[in-house]
Design a protein around this ligand. Sequence first.
Ligand code: HEM
Ligand code: HEM
Length: 395
Amino acid sequence: MMASMTGASGWAAQVRRLFFVAMAVFLVTIVIGILNGLDVVEFNRDQLLTHVHSGTLGWITLSLIAASAWFLRGIDGRLAAGMAILVPVYVAAFYLAIPALRAVAGAALLIMVLWLVVWAWGVYREHRTLPTLAIALGFTTFTYGAVIGVLRQVQLAGGPTFFPPTADVVGAHASAMVFSYLILVAMGLLEWRILGTKGLPKLAVIQVGALFAGGMILSFTLLFLSGDALQAAGGVDLLVNVVAVALFAIRVLPSAFRGGVGRHFAMSAAFVIVAVALVLYVVSKFISDPSLATDPTPITGILIASDHSAFIGVITNLVLGVLLAATADRASRWPWADQVALWGTNLGLIVFVAGLITATTILKQIGAPVMGVSLLVALAALAMRLRDSEVVPAA
Ligand code: HEM
Ligand code: HEM
C-alpha cells in the first residue's frame, strides 16, 4: 500500500533523499572523530554527545530507515520526512547545548520514534520473517531507550527526576541502544542479505529474542537495582548475550565468508562477534570487581572500542554494503575508492580499537584519522553513485 502511494520512481527518490541526509549528518560525526583522535581539539561533553548522536541517530538511524524504504519500495512519506527533519534538529540541539531546546526537540523526536515502532510492527504483521521481527524488536528497544534519554534530558533541563538516586541512567540508555537496538537490527539485515531467511526459524528467533531480552535486563538493572542484585542480573545478561552471539556465530557467520555475499556484509558479520565479545568482557569485569561501578576508568577504553566495533564495524559496513547493492546499476567513477572504503575503514578501525583496548595513544592517533578519511572517501564515491543511480529494487 505504502509503495503504491509513492510510485515507482517516487520510492527511489525517497531512498536517495534519506541516504543523502544521513550522509550529511555523518560528516559531523567524522570530522569530530578525526580531530578528537588526532588530539588537536579538546571536545567538551556537549560536543562529544553531538559526535555520538550525529552518528547513532543521523547516520545510523536514518540509514536504517532508508534501507527499510529500499526493502519495502517506499514507506509513508510523512514518517520519512519527519525523521529526516527532526533528527538533524535534535543533533543540532546537542551541539547548541540549550537544555530546554534539547528536552523539547527530544520529545518531538520521541513522537516520531513511537510512530516508527508502530510502523515496524505493522510491517512484521504483513511479512512474518526473521529480518522484519529483528527490526521490529530493535525499534522497540530504540523506543524505550529514547524514552530513557528524553526523561534524562527533562531532568537535566531542571525538570523532575524519574529514577532512583543510585540509577545509572546513561548506562541504561547507552547499553540498550547499542546492543539491543543496533546489533539486533543488524542481525536482521544480515540474516536477509546473507541467508535470505524468509520464515521464522526457531533458533533464529531464540537468537534475536535473547539479544532483545539482554537489553531489557541490563537497562532495568542499571535503572532500578543495586548491590548484589546488580551482580546477579549482570550474570543473567551475560548468559543471554552469550546464547545470542553463539547462535549468530553458528548460524550466520560461516555463510558470510562464502563468495557472493559482499565484502562489507562479511566484515559486518565478523564485527558482531568482536563488539559483543568486548562488551561481555566489560560486563564480566563489572561483576567481578564492584569498585568499577564507582570508577569505571579502567574499562572505559574497552567500552568505547566495543561501541565503535558496533557503530563502524557492524553498522557502517552494513550500510555501505546496502548502498553498493542499491546502486549496483552504476559503476564507481573511482574504482579505487571502493578499496579505500573497505580496507581503509576496517584497518583504521582495527588499529583504533587496538589503541583503545591497550590504551596506546599513538595507535588511536593513527587509526581514527585513517578510518575517518576513508569514510569521507567512501561517502563521496557513494553519494555520486546514488545521484546517478535509478536505485536497483531490493531482492
Ligand atoms: C556512527 C558513528 C560513531 C558513533 C556513534 C561514535 C560514538 C562515540 C562514543 C559513544 C564515544 C565516547 C564518548 C565519550 O568519551 O563519552 C566516542 C569517542 C570517540 N570517537 Fe566516535 N563514534 C562514531 C564514529 C567515529 C569515527 C568515524 C571516528 C573517527 C574518525 C571516531 C572517533 C572517536 C574518537 C577518537 C573518540 C575518543 C576516544 C577516546 O580517546 O576515548 N568515532 N565515539
Ligand atoms: C531520541 C533518541 C535519543 C535521546 C533522547 C538520547 C538522549 C541522550 C542523552 C540525554 C544522553 C546524555 C545523558 C547525560 O549526559 O547524562 C545520551 C547519551 C548517550 N546516548 Fe543517546 N539519545 C538518543 C538516541 C541514542 C541512540 C539511538 C543511541 C545509540 C544507538 C544513543 C547512544 C548514547 C550513548 C552511547 C550515550 C553515552 C555517551 C557518553 O557517555 O559518552 N543515544 N543520550
